[in-house]
Design a protein around this ligand. Structure first.
Ligand code: ADP
Ligand code: MG
Length: 868
C-alpha cells in the first residue's frame, strides 16, 4: 500500500503536535514509534515518497531518544515533508520514485518503466540528486567522505559476512553460520524479561522447522506474512528449553527473483555513521553499483592488464561490493591494489625523471680535501659510512642531480656523511645548504660543523679561490661587500654579555674552534628566524654573493627568498618532516643541486619504494663502535617511584637524565601531566635537591639553546622536555631517558628518544611509562623492550597501526591506500615494473591511450598531498 497525500498531511499534523507537546512522545496514544511502525508495515518497503521514507528512518527508535535528538529529528522530518507540498523546482528531481521500491523488480528494467526520467546519472552526480536517496541519507554518506556516485563506487565494505552456505533446515549445523530459504509458518511477539519485545518467526522447508528470533524490532512483525518465502542468514543455535534449532537476530530478506543482497552470499558490511543503517546503506550501494560500475572506463591499458593478469576495472568494482565468492574478492582486491601501487609508482618515477631530467653539476672528486676532512675528523668512519660515501661520490660526479636518501638509525653518523659530501661541493666552488627540521637542531649542526669544517682549507689565499662560479670568474674580483667578523661568526650583534656567557660555556664543552684559519677554511653561516634584521641581511648578502660556503638553517632556507650564489648541494635532514613541494621549489630557484635526504626514521622497505621511490637509497646499517645496548623497560605509573629511585641513583653517580612528556590537550590534563607540570612536580616535590630544567617547543630558540648548552655542560641533572628533543641533540653524559605517556608516541619516535642516551661510555636506560594495557599498546611497548633495531620496530609499528598512524598526522605525502596492503611486496614490484615499462615509452603519459591513466595518477597525487 502506498501512502496518500492525506496520510502524509496526517503524519505532519502528528509531528507538529509532538513539537507542541515538547517532545514527550505523547502525540499518539501508544507513542510515535508504534504509530510509525504501522506505516512501515503497511508500506512493506514500498514507500512512494523519499521524504516519508526518510521520516521513518529518522524517527525509528524515537521512544529512546533524548529530548534534543527528538527535537532535531522531528524538525528535519517536518521540513522534508513540507517540501513535498511545495511546487517542485524542476519536475525531473522532485520525488521520483525508485522502480526498485515500487515494483520490486530488477533494476535493469528501470529505464523503460520510470515514468518521470531523472536527470541522467553520471559518475559525478551528487548522491542527494539520486532518486530514492534523501537529504539525510546523503548527508550521512557525506560524513563518510562519500559525496558522489564515483565516491560510492570506491566506498568499499570493510568486511564480508559469509552467508554463502545455503542448506536445508534439516541439514543445518549447530554453531555454524548458515543460510536457509524457507516459508513463514507463524509469527509471534512476546515480552522479554529485560523489557522490550521479541519477535519469533517460525519457518519451515520440506526438511524441518526453524525458529528465527528478532529483538526489540516490534515493527518487523508485520513484514512477515505467513506463507511468504524468506531468506534467513545467521548463526544456528540450540534453544536451551525445547532443544529446537533457532537462529537469533538473523539477516533476512524476502525471497524474490532478485539477486540476494543481505543474505545467502558474501554480504558486504560497511563502516557506518549516524543516520545510516547497514541494510539501508547496503541497498543503496547495491543500486548505485549496479548502475554506475558499467559506466566506469578502465584507464589501464589492455596490455598492462593482461601482462599483470588483472581483472577489468568494472568487474573489480562490482566484485569488491557484492562478490560472487571469496576468490573473486581476492582478484578484485588485487586489481584495485595494483592500481594504487601503480599510481604511486608512476608519480614517484615521473618525479625522479623530472628531477634528473635536467643537467646538474658534475663535480670533480677532490681527494686531497677528502683526506684533509678525514684527518680532521676525531674518529674513523664506519664501514657503512664509507660505503654510503662511495655511493654518493659516484652520484655527484655525474652531470645529473643526485637524489639520494640516506637512512640511518639514530646515532649512526649521518652528519659526518653529510659533511664529507658538503666538502666536495664546496671544494668544487659551490655552496652547500643543510636544512634541519627545527632551529635547535640547525644550531647544533651549525656549531658542530663549523668547528670541524673551518679547520679544512679550501682556499689558497685570503680571497676566494679562482673560478668559484662562472659569473664571478668573469667579474674577476670577488664581489664581497660584506666585512666578515673574525672566524666567520655571523651572530656578532647579540648582547655581548650574553655572548660571553655562551662562549664560556661553549669553551667549557669544547665547542669553539681552536684555530682560526684567517678565512681559508670553510665559511659556515646559520640562518635562523631569531636573527635581528641587520644580522639577517648580512647573512643573506653573504649567501647571495658567495661569501658563505655552507648555509645551515630550517626550511626557511628554501621557502623564503634566500638567493644563492651557486647552490650545488642541498642536504635535507629528517625527510619525514619535509614535503615534495619544497624540493621542487629549489629547482624553481634555478638550481639543480645535488640532493641528499637524511632520515633517522627507519622506513620499512615497502614504504621506501612507495613514498621515496624517487630517491636512490643508501643505508647506514652499522653503528659506530663502542655503543652500548640501552636497557629498556616498560612500567606502569604505580611503579614510577622505582623509576625515580633509579634516576636519583644515576644522578648520584654523576649522570644526567631526560624526562619526556607528550603534548597534551587541555581536555586530557586530568590523566597526563604536561611537561610544565612535570617540571614543577619533579623540581619541587620529587627532586627538590637536584637541578631540574625545562625545555619545550614554545620557548624562543635562544632560550632553548641556552638550556641545551647548559644541560650539556652539566649545569642541570634532569631535563624535562616535550618532543623537541626527538632529534639530534647530543649529551653523552645523559644515561636515562624516561618517557611519560609512552603509548602516545610512534615506535620510531620512541626509538629516536631512546637514541638520545647511550651516546657516551656509560650504561644507559630507557624507561617507558604507560598504563594503557590494550593489546596493541602491549605489543608495541614490549617490542621496544626487546628490539633495538629501528627498522624492525618501524615494521612492527606499521603492521600494528598502519601507515597513517605510523607517520603521525603531520606527515604529508603518505599515500592513502584503500585496498593495497603495504606488506604485499610482490604486487608492489609488479606495479613498479609496469610503471617503468609505461614510462619508458611515454615518460609524460602523453599518449592518448594513457590519458585516462594520467588523469587518475594526477587525481591520486592531488588527494595525497592534501593530507597533513
Ligand atoms: P645521526 O645519524 O643520528 O645524525 P650523528 O651524525 O649525530 O648521528 O652522530 C652521532 C654521534 O656519533 C656523534 O657524536 C658523532 O660525532 C659520532 N660519530 C659519527 N660517526 C662516528 C664514527 N665513525 N665513529 C665514532 N663516532 C662517530
Ligand atoms: Mg642527525
Amino acid at each position: 500500500m502506498l501512502e496518500s497525500k492525506d496520510q502524509i498531511i496526517q503524519l505532519g499534523k502528528i509531528l507538529r503536535l509532538e513539537q507542541a507537546r515538547g517532545f514527550d512522545d505523547g502525540a499518539t496514544p501508544d507513542g510515535l514509534e508504534r504509530y510509525l511502525t504501522g506505516w512501515r508495515m503497511d508500506a512493506n518497503g514500498a514507500l512512494q515518497y523519499p521524504p516519508v521514507q526518510q521520516t521513518l528512518e529518522l524517527l525509528a527508535g524515537y521512544g529512546v531518544f533524548d529530548e534534543t535528538t527528538r527535537r532535531a529529528r522531528v524538525g528535519i522530518a517536518l521540513d522534508s515533508l513540507r517540501a513535498l507540498f511545495r511546487p517542485a523546482p524542476t519536475p525531473a528531481v522532485a520525488a521520483v520514485k525508485l522502480p526498485k521500491q515500487t515494483q520490486n523488480s530488477k533494476l535493469k528494467t528501470q529505464n523503460s518503466s520510470a515514468a518521470v526520467p531523472a536527470a541522467p546519472m553520471t559518475l559525478d552526480t551528487p548522491l542527494d540528486q539520486l532518486p530514492g536517496i534523501g537529504k539525510v541519507t546523503a548527508q550521512s554518506f557525506k560524513r563518510l567522505g562519500v559525496r558522489t556516485v564515483i565516491d560510492m563506487l570506491y566506498h568499499f565494505p570493510h568486511r564480508y559476512d559469509d552467508y554463502s552456505s545455503q542448506k536445508k533446515i534439516g541439514n543445518l549445523e549447530i554453531g555454524a553460520i548458515e543460510t536457509v530459504i524457507a516459508t513463514v509458518t507463524d509469527v509471534r511477539t512476546f515480552g522479554m524479561k529485560s523489557g522490550g519485545q521479541a519477535l519469533e518467526v517460525l519457518v519451515s522447508d520440506e526438511s524441518g522447522d526453524l525458529k528465527a528470533v528478532f529483538f526489540r524490532q516490534p515493527w518487523l512483525a508485520r513484514q512477515f506474512n505467513v506463507g511468504a518465502r524468506i531468506v534467513l542468514s545467521g548463526k544456528v543455535t540450540l534453544d536451551s528449553f525445547k532443544g529446537q534449532r533457532q537462529i537469533s537476530a538473523p539477516e533476512w530478506e524476502p525471497f524474490t527473483d532478485d539477486e540476494l543482497i543481505h543474505t545467502g552470499r558474501l554480504v558486504p558490511v560497511h563502516s557506518l555513521t549516524k543516520g545510516l543503517y547497514e541494510r539501508n546503506a547496503r541497498s543503496i550501494i547495491k543500486r548505485v553499483v549496479d548502475l554506475a560500475a558499467p559506466m566506469v572506463t578502465d584507464y589501464l591499458p589492455e596490455i598492462v592488464r593482461q601482462r599483470a593478469n588483472l581483472m577489468p576495472l568494472q568487474q573489480a568494482l562490482v566484485q569488491m561490493h557484492f562478490p560472487a565468492d571469496k576468490e573473486q574478492v581476492e582478484r578484485a582486491r588485487r586489481r584495485l591494489g595494483f592500481d594504487e601501487f601503480l599510481f604511486i609508482q608512476l608519480g614517484v618515477l615521473q618525479r625522479k625523471l623530472l628531477w634528473q631530467g635536467e643537467r646538474g653539476y658534475a663535480l670533480d672528486f677532490q681527494e686531497s680535501v677528502h683526506e684533509d676532512f678525514l684527518a680532521k675528523l676525531p674518529f674513523d668512519l664506519t664501514g657503512a659510512q664509507v660505503r654510503a660515501l662511495e655511493e654518493i661520490f659516484q652520484d655527484i660526479r655525474r652531470p645529473m642531480p643526485m637524489a639520494r636518501l640516506l637512512q640511518g638509525d639514530v646515532g649512526s653518523g649521518k652528519t659526518a656523511v653529510a659533511a664529507a659530501t658538503a666538502m666536495q661541493a664546496i671544494a668544487n666552488g659551490y655552496q652547500a645548504a643543510i636544512m634541519a627540521p627545527t632551529e635547535i637542531l640547525a644550531e647544533q649542526h651549525y656549531k658542530g660543523l663549523k668547528e670541524l669544517l673551518t679547520k679544512i682549507r679550501v682556499r689558497r689565499g685570503a680571497t676566494k679561490d679562482e673560478g668559484r662560479t662562472t659569473e664571478e670568474a668573469e667579474q674577476g674580483e670577488p664581489s664581497s661587500s660584506v666585512v666578515r667578523p673574525s672566524s666567520g661568526d655571523w651572530k656578532s650583534n647579540a648582547d655581548p654579555a650574553e655572548l660571553a656567557r655562551l662562549d664560556d660555556l661553549k669553551r667549557l664543552i669544547g665547542m669553539l674552534p681552536e684555530d682560526d684559519m684567517d678565512g681559508l677554511g670553510v665559511r659556515v653561516a646559520l640562518l635562523k628566524g631569531s636573527l635581528g634584521a641587520k644580522e639577517r641581511r648580512r647573512v643573506l648578502e653573504g649567501i647571495a654573493n658567495g661569501d658563505v660556503d655552507l648555509i645551515i638553517g630550517t626550511h626557511a632556507l628554501i621557502t623564503e627568498s634566500v638567493r644563492y650564489a651557486a647552490l650545488g648541494l642541498v642536504v635535507v635532514d629528517e625527510q619525514h618532516r619535509f614535503g615534495v613541494e619544497q624540493r621542487q621549489r629549489l629547482k624553481d630557484k634555478g638550481f639543480n643541486p645535488h640532493m641528499l635526504v637524511m632520515t633517522a626514521t627507519p622506513i620499512p622497505r615497502t614504504l621506501t619504494l612507495t613514498i621515496y621511490g624517487d630517491l636512490d637509497t643508501s643505508v647506514l646499517d652499522e653503528l659506530p663502535p663502542g655503543r652500548q645496548e640501552i636497557k629498556t623497560r616498560w612500567i606502569v605509573s604505580a611503579e614510577r617511584d622505582k623509576a625515580y629511585k633509579h634516576l636519583r641513583r644515576e644522578v648520584s653517580r654523576g649522570r644526567q637524565a631526560f624526562v619526556v612528556c607528550p603534548l597534551v590537550d587541555e581536555s586530557e590534563k586530568v590523566d597526563l601531566p604536561s611537561a610544565e607540570e612535570m617540571y614543577v612536580k619533579l623540581g619541587s616535590e620529587v627532586f627538590p635537591d637536584l637541578r631540574v630544567a625545562l625545555i619545550h617547543g614554545k620557548m624562543p630558540p635562544r632560550d632553548k639553546d641556552e638550556v641545551m648548552v647548559a644541560f650539556r655542560a652539566h649545569e642541570f641533572d634532569i631535563l624535562v622536555a616535550t618532543a623537541v628533543i626527538e632529534v639530534g641533540i647530543d649529551v653523552p653524559n645523559a644515561t636515562t631517558m624516561l618517557i611519560e605517556g609512552a603509548e602516545r608516541f610512534g615506535l620510531a619516535q620512541l626509538h629516536q628518544f631512546r637514541g638520545r642516551v647511550g651516546r657516551g661510555i656509560h650504561q644507559s636506560f630507557c624507561i617507558l611509562v604507560s598504563d594503557k594495557e590494550n593489546d596493541v599498546t602491549k605489543q608495541r611497548l614490549e617490542a621496544m623492550e626487546q628490539t633495538r633495531d629501528g627498522f624492525r620496530l618501524a615494521e612492527i609499528d606499521l603492521e600494528l597501526r598502519g601507515p597513517g598512524e605510523f607517520f603521525g598526522t603531520r606527515q604529508s605525502g603518505t599515500p592513502d591506500l584503500k585496498v593495497a596492503q603495504l606488506a604485499d611486496t610482490r604486487l608492489l614490484h609488479a606495479a613498479n615494473l609496469e610503471a617503468r615499462a609505461i614510462l619508458t615509452d611515454d615518460p609524460k603519459l602523453e599518449h592518448p591511450e594513457h590519458a585516462a591513466l594520467k588523469a587518475k595518477v594526477e587525481a591520486f597525487w592531488a588527494e595525497t598531498s592534501k593530507v597533513g
